[in-house]
Design a protein around this ligand. Sequence first.
Ligand code: HEC
Ligand code: HEC
Length: 178
Amino acid sequence: MTHYFSLKFPLHVAALAVGLLGGCASQPEVEPETPADQTVDPAVAPAEAEAPTEATTAEEAPPEAWSADLSKEQKAAFMKAKVVPAMAPLFQNADPEAYADFGCQTCHGPEGKLPKEYLPELTLKDGKLTAFAEDPDTAKFMAEHVTPTMAGVLGMPPYDPATHTGFGCGGCHSIAMQ
Ligand code: HEC
Ligand code: HEC
């Protein structure tokens, strides 16, 4: 499948993830009796003070880069700010009517499941995805547009069949081996 991924993606600089720590800047004031030179470990900061800070941060400033370590709120904020704006035009160009209200539900379903649990399962047979024979137009669209764009947005390398690493069809669909 390597040839489907001929585009080059900017690998988001991991350092951008440092922006996520911005929330710490608005950490609650250090208690007056704490010596000035003592650093406060966020892990021991009061939980009730931390939670609202995190939620506010996710709402106000979506993370610059995707990471598996983001909180669910941060992931949702990233999806809203980066994934939907990048993906909606692709689907809408392909079929303006069907995807007029493209959004979270297009990939997550009405119940907000993980895409792998919601989207149709693909089948791998004799080392090939059967979708390329059964539904070539959709499979090609997915391979040439959807997958590389999503990989780029998530800052992941495209799937490499040799090492089984990177972002491919299996990033959104579950894949059954036959
Ligand atoms: C183009 C498809 C697509 C769209 C549109 C999309 N997502 Fe996602 N979303 C994904 C994929 C794929 C993952 C899993 C990424 C991974 O491997 O961790 C994901 C993961 C998530 C997660 C993390 C789930 C977890 O349990 O870790 C959240 C939360 C989320 N999306 C929220 C949203 C919201 C909110 C929207 C709409 C604003 C949205 N997504 C739109 C594809 C999509
Ligand atoms: C970023 C997420 C994402 C990735 C990556 C992705 N797909 Fe999809 N795929 C979707 C979504 C969303 C739909 C459903 C569109 C709809 O509801 O009309 C879909 C639908 C399909 C369908 C139609 C299934 C059916 O029964 O209607 C096929 C076939 C398909 N994808 C194949 C692939 C293949 C092959 C790859 C890898 C080259 C791939 N997809 C990668 C999101 C993705």
